[in-house]
Design a binder for this molecule. Structure first.
Ligand SMILES: Nc1nc2c(ncn2[C@@H]2O[C@H](COP(=O)(O)OP(=O)(O)OP(=O)(O)O)[C@@H](O)[C@H]2O)c(=O)[nH]1
Ligand SMILES: [Mg+2]
Length: 146
């Protein structure tokens, strides 16, 4: 059985920062951790990622080849990942034995609502790999009190 966290939340809410901090914490307490970057808009990652969607598809290539803006490009990338879920499954398989997974997702809400490709990706992984994941929703609480 494989355990991990799906890290979601609005753009800029701290998903990538959380993945970095949590992976450091888990490493310190002796867990093997794999951070999986599934946000093609993430640049300058603070953590060393085990798997990077950039190795499958690049947002900048999609935007220039298909004349899409950042949001349209992101939807395209997530559709592409959903269609090529076997690529991700193959990359995850060698880590399943002993790693805890942290999935760093994009923040755009349409990937989970209007388009459901990000949700579909999570559901497919759960079924294919028998993943046990918790959703970790990041929210910038300071905006509530200012
Ligand atoms: N003060 C404060 N800043 C934070 C915290 N978490 C993240 N940040 C800062 O907020 C900014 C955005 O953080 P990211 O981790 O890139 O947020 P994200 O949700 O991954 O952003 P996207 O990938 O663009 O959706 C960065 O400048 C971080 O340094 C926090 O807990 N407190
Ligand atoms: Mg991020």
């Amino acid at each position: 059985m494989v355990f991990g966290q799906v890290v979601i939340g609005p753009p800029g809410s701290g998903k990538t920062t959380y993945c970095n901090g949590m992976s450091q914490f888990l490493s310190l307490v002796g867990r093997k951790v794999a951070v999986i970057n599934l946000d093609p808009a993430n640049d300058a990652l603070p953590y060393e990622c085990a798997i990077n969607i950039e190795d499958l598809i690049k947002l900048s290539d999609v935007m220039s080849e298909h004349s899409l803006g950042p949001n349209g490009g992101l939807v395209y990338c997530m559709d592409y990942l959903e269609m090529n879920i076997d690529w991700l499954e193959e990359k995850l398989k060698p880590l399943i034995e002993d790693h805890y997974f942290l999935f760093d997702f994009p923040g755009q809400v349409e990937l989970f609502s209007l388009h459901t490709n990000a949700r579909n990706i999570i559901n497919k992984l759960i079924k294919k790999l028998d993943l046990r994941v918790r959703a970790c929703f990041q929210f910038n609480s300071s905006k509530l009190f200012c």
